[in-house]
Ligand binder design. Structure first.
Ligand code: CMC
Length: 428
């Protein structure tokens, strides 16, 4: 089927090419529209603007579909591991046994970080937000590996940077947590897997054993898989646009971490727990808070419900709900906040207001619950999200560079003053 697009401005028509994706998504290519017409298009927040063609992640919010490189998210979450998914996202296909083993081995080898990075860590006050610490430490890798700054580095060097950053982010995240606690840091070890190593570094206390229950490391691994990519969102677009200036991967990922930090993006899981704490402090009356959420004169919204793109269900939430139940049971967690969460979920799923508006629990509703049950402090929630999203950022950065995409440079409509003459200071 051939599709044509035509824009008519003041009686003059412009024919525009139409691009079709493998899932039959259609876009009007306006790349040459300005040179033909002198006009630009305006789209605050790029809500209707495709910034690239990508072969990494397919998402259909209406149908609740999320696939990495064609593989459905539920299959990956059930059968795969985070490092396997990282390989898939970054290199485009599922690894064979040797490839996965070599990849894992290389990640384990690179978890150790230069001792001087500890001096940078020590320079932060102990109340520094761990996201700021994480983005700074990631960016500091540009200083320890200056060859990564060379935009003409070989793909072999890029692959080394990829392994280094996936390895070191867990060490940095755990160290940011330990620093906040005022505890000595733990060094990476070779535990059962990537997530077990992370948990050891985060929670092991000097002279004490620390055991990671398989159900816990598995749930965390699944959470990382579910967060690994989500096509062109705020942080991912940031990584691509920073990388489009040929900034290094470390600098680009560091920028992505900062973009993820905001409460409108990665910070929602923290907002869920803060809301549950507020409900508890208020006496735990979920009906009262449901009424607030439905009251149009009240700005309060039920955190962890609804989604900008998923309008029927969040496929990630269905998977993680099961893991959340398993973790809570395995750990025998008895936390009044979690009881409030369960109560709220039950009421909301039956409530007409929520059902009519298709407001279902999203992934952040359950991820916050799991993190809390694991004893991870709320300020670290977004850090965990960043670890999960890292392979997606790397894959998108790599794709952008492989495709030799141009530097990102949006346009604007100027609405400021017209030209006027400078006025001397004593005459203003
Ligand atoms: N609680 C109460 N009412 C809600 C909620 C909520 N959480 N979410 C949406 N609504 C209502 C909203 O008031 C509106 O009602 P009406 O039609 O009567 O005016 C209707 O539902 C549609 O809302 P909307 O704002 O047009 O929906 P949206 O798609 O623009 O917003 C959202 C999506 C995620 C911003 C919103 O649902 C929300 O604020 N949720 C709570 C915050 C949250 O959990 N965010 C995390 C999202 S997952 C993050 C990720 O994947 O990265």
């Amino acid at each position: 089927m051939s599709i044509n697009a035509e824009i008519k401005v003041n009686g003059k028509s412009y024919e525009l090419p139409v691009v079709e994706g493998t899932e039959k998504e259609i876009a009007i290519d306006i790349g040459k529209f300005r040179s033909a017409s002198g006009l630009i298009t305006l789209d605050f927040g790029f809500k209707n603007t495709g910034s690239t063609k990508s072969a990494i992640t397919f998402l259909d919010g209406e149908k609740g579909i999320l696939r990495y490189r064609g593989y459905p998210i539920d299959q990956l979450a059930e059968k795969s591991s985070f490092l396997e998914v990282a390989y898939l996202l970054i290199f485009g296909s599922l690894p064979v046994k040797d490839e996965l083993e070599n990849f894992q081995e290389s990640i384990y080898e690179h978890t150790l970080v230069h001792e001087d990075i500890k001096k940078i860590l020590d320079g932060f006050p102990s109340n520094a937000h761990p996201m700021g610490v994480l983005s700074s430490l990631i960016c500091s890798l540009t200083a320890f590996y200056p060859e990564s700054l060379d935009p003409s580095s070989s793909w072999k060097d890029v692959n080394l940077s990829i392994n280094r950053i996936i390895a070191k982010i867990t060490t940095f995240a755990a160290w940011a947590h330990k620093h906040q606690q005022g505890h000595p840091v733990n060094y990476p070890g070779k535990y059962e897997d990537y997530t077990a190593d992370l948990l050891h570094m985060m929670f092991k206390l000097p002279g004490k054993e620390y055991e990671v229950k398989p159900v816990v490391s598995r749930a965390l691994d699944q959470l990382l898989i579910l967060h690994a990519d989500h096509e062109q969102n705020c942080s991912t677009s940031t990584v691509r646009i920073v990388g489009s200036s040929h900034a290094s991967m470390y600098a680009s990922v560091s920028a992505g971490i900062n973009a993820l930090w905001g409460p409108l993006h990665g910070g929602a899981n923290q907002a869920v727990i803060e809301m549950l704490e507020a409900i508890k402090a208020d006496g735990g009356d979920t009906d009262k808070w449901m009424a607030k959420a439905k009251d149009k004169d009240d700005p309060f919204r039920l955190m962890g419900f609804g989604h900008r793109v998923y309008k029927n269900f969040d496929p990630r939430a269905n998977i993680i709900k099961v893991a959340a139940d398993e973790v809570l049971e395995a750990l025998g967690v008895d936390d009044p906040i979690l009881e409030i969460a369960k109560g709220l979920e039950e009421v909301a799923l039956r409530d007409d207001y929520f059902v009519e508006r298709k407001l279902y629990p999203n992934v952040d509703f359950y991820s916050g619950i799991i993190y809390r049950a694991l004893g991870i402090p709320t300020e670290m929630f977004t850090v965990m999200f960043a670890i999960g999203r890292l392979p997606g950022w790397i894959a998108q950065w790599k794709e952008m560079r492989e495709n030799k995409e141009p530097i990102g440079r949006p346009r604007q409509i100027y609405i400021g003053e017209n030209e006027r003459d400078y006025v001397a200071i004593d005459q203003r």
